[in-house]
Design a binder for this molecule. Sequence first.
Ligand SMILES: NC(=O)C1=CN([C@@H]2O[C@H](COP(=O)(O)OP(=O)(O)OC[C@H]3O[C@@H](n4cnc5c(N)ncnc54)[C@H](O)[C@@H]3O)[C@@H](O)[C@H]2O)C=CC1
Ligand SMILES: COc1cc(C(=O)[O-])ccc1O
Length: 496
Amino acid sequence: MSRLPQSQSTHALLDEGLWEGKLFSGAWQAPLAGGRTAVIEPATGHCLTITGEARAEDITQSAASAARHQAAWEAVAPRQRADIFLRAAQVLQAHADECALFIARETGGILLKAHHEVREAVLFLQLAAGQVMQPHGLVLPSNSGTLSYARRLPHGVVGVISPFNFPLILSIRSVAAALAAGNAVVLKPDPQTPISGGFLIARLFEEAGLPAGVLHVLPGGAHTGAALCADPHVRMIAFTGSTAAGRKVAETAGRNLKKVALELGGKNPLIVLEDADLERALSCASWGAFLHQGQICMASGLILVHESLVERFVEGLVERTRRLRVGDPASGEVELGPMINENQLVRAHQMVLDSVGAGARLQIGGRYEGLFYQPTVLSHLKPGMPAFDRELFGPVACVASFASDEEAIELANRSEYGLAAAVISRSVGRAMSLGARLDCGMLHINDQTVNDDCVNPFGGRGNSGNGSSMNGPANWDEFTQWQWVTVKETPPQYPF
Ligand SMILES: NC(=O)C1=CN([C@@H]2O[C@H](COP(=O)(O)OP(=O)(O)OC[C@H]3O[C@@H](n4cnc5c(N)ncnc54)[C@H](O)[C@@H]3O)[C@@H](O)[C@H]2O)C=CC1
Ligand SMILES: COc1cc(C(=O)[O-])ccc1O
């Protein structure tokens, strides 16, 4: 099916010469107001590259261009559209190492995590090709002689706003699904990760032959994002980030009567019952709490352990934590890299200090050098302490104990969030019935909370979202609207 030339991998995909000081608005161009942003590599403090910085007027221009190009994109034959996604997937695969290294350097995440992002992004693109070829309507029951059907219509222009932590996955999952449904897209990645979360995707679709004007990539900060939410050409916003910013996004989108899908924060409980396999539970806890320095919305942010096990559990976790290496992720020889920036580090550290001040015990860590925060274990946490109540977004395993299943449920459900939850027990049935009572959008029995398979509906409850999900079967509902159509042979005769 694909017409990808064999020579793809002989040139670099990520070519700074294309984007230096620029935005992608169908072509590489300077921002209207000439803004520029330096992208800093968190592990070294070096400037990785310089992009253009979009302001409100760039959003206006790109959104109008996207709106002009959308109908022609929707009209492209499905096989041809599917082909573009498959080619983009192949280009990414051919440049996997190059892209993974850039992601590691730009996000401060280890290479393992960067390769995970690339692998998942390839799959998101392949699934988008499949989405194009799926049925997109229903024939409805109707009175004889009337053909009545419902078909999925794209919204028009979809705005995507994504964060710094998993920039490629969290951008492409919305971009690919929105495009596959026939929308044009304006993507605003986080200005700290504009390549992994933005220009990389622009390059893939450029190489794959997406018609110019259908995808726009405009790095910028909160003001730029706010302009996207207010722009009248943009009919839907897919947002991933903090609950605070999500609330503002939803306010602006609501005022402008546009649809909004929110994927927000989490304080995801990992519950370890007394009959759990201790070593496996420790492995889950360490991965769920420390992967990507805990900067994951689904991180196992609250580890609830049965009181009969908690002492041994904390000992074991400290032992494992001691073995973790922290350093430059590009070296390939560490388990943890740096935090994304000083603000995030200070915020996390303050929560550790305040929790210890309130009676929590610091078992290991709690120190940092530059942006490198030592993996940390806090125990004896209680409701009311910041590390128990709030999303920490740092490499801190927060352990609390419970005496009964009822208490575990009560402690887990106290949270304002409701993204992911996990229960570990040798009794699958018991874990399932406990899990069924947890208020969450994603539940994992005998695993930790950081899980995403591209085909699963991904979304949270409470302050983790607004009842929306994306991925797999959810994509059609998110990125299209139903249109009802009836067709009669002749117009009916009405009573008057
Ligand atoms: N759920 C998740 O995956 C994430 C959660 N977070 C949480 O947020 C905290 C702060 O991280 P930030 O990077 O500052 O998250 P953030 O929510 O401020 O940023 C996410 C994206 O939203 C944009 N943005 C910010 N304010 C906006 C506004 N008013 N209108 C439109 N767009 C806006 C940003 O430029 C970025 O592209 C973290 O400590 C963590 O608790 C952060 C990143 C991802
Ligand atoms: C671990 O990879 C993912 C991370 C996140 C996140 O942090 O929001 C979301 C989806 C993912 O597939």
